[in-house]
Ligand binder design. Structure first.
Ligand code: CMX
Length: 139
């Protein structure tokens, strides 16, 4: 069902203030920033060896990431896995009794479709599934 880890999401107060650590100290490549307005977040992707970290900055105090930061402070927010068929994966998980936050896909970054699994079903780790346009991998 899963093809790879798509990215690891890290909640930050400020992408601008967090970038120097990843880009300059760790020498990862920043492949761009994007606002996902529907989820009230700005994201930046940092790449290394085909793996990605997604920095998540809230764009409003009502953003779920703002609430996460308030409760936990900055740190790891979610693990995202790539799938070729998101609707099929969700149906398969639901049939297996997995609790889903999203029963149908919603809009993610880079034109992806995404859905979250409830942390109660994944040992407390917020888990995202994502499918890229045309079933292809995000490059
Ligand atoms: N880690 C662990 N648990 C988390 C969590 C996290 N990062 N975020 C939320 N939860 C828990 C909540 O505490 C809650 O637990 P209880 O049911 O026990 O109270 C449960 O998950 C549901 O959370 P909620 O906020 O009550 O539910 P919502 O449906 O309102 O929102 C979620 C859930 C995960 C979608 C939202 O909190 C969130 O984080 N949205 C931002 C998603 C995001 O990162 N988007 C990036 C898009 C870019 C991309 O990757 O493409």
């Amino acid at each position: 069902m899963l093809s790879k880890i798509a990215h690891i999401g890290v909640a930050v107060h400020s992408i601008e203030e967090s970038l120097p650590f990843y880009r300059d100290a760790l020498q990862m490549t920043c492949s761009g920033c994007e606002e996902v307005a529907s989820q009230k977040v700005k994201v930046a992707f940092l790449e290394i060896g085909g793996s990605r970290i997604e920095l998540l900055e809230p764009t409003s105090p009502e953003s779920p990431v703002a609430k996460f930061l308030e409760k936990n402070g900055p740190g790891m927010h979610h693990v995202a896995y790539e799938v070729a068929d998101l609707a099929g994966a969700l149906a398969q998980l639901k049939a297996a009794g997995t609790r889903l936050i999203d029963e149908t896909p919603r809009e993610g970054a880079h034109g992806s479709r995404i859905a979250f699994i409830h942390p109660k079903s994944s040992g407390g780790v917020l888990t995202e599934l994502c499918q890229y346009p045309g079933g292809g991998k995000h490059s």
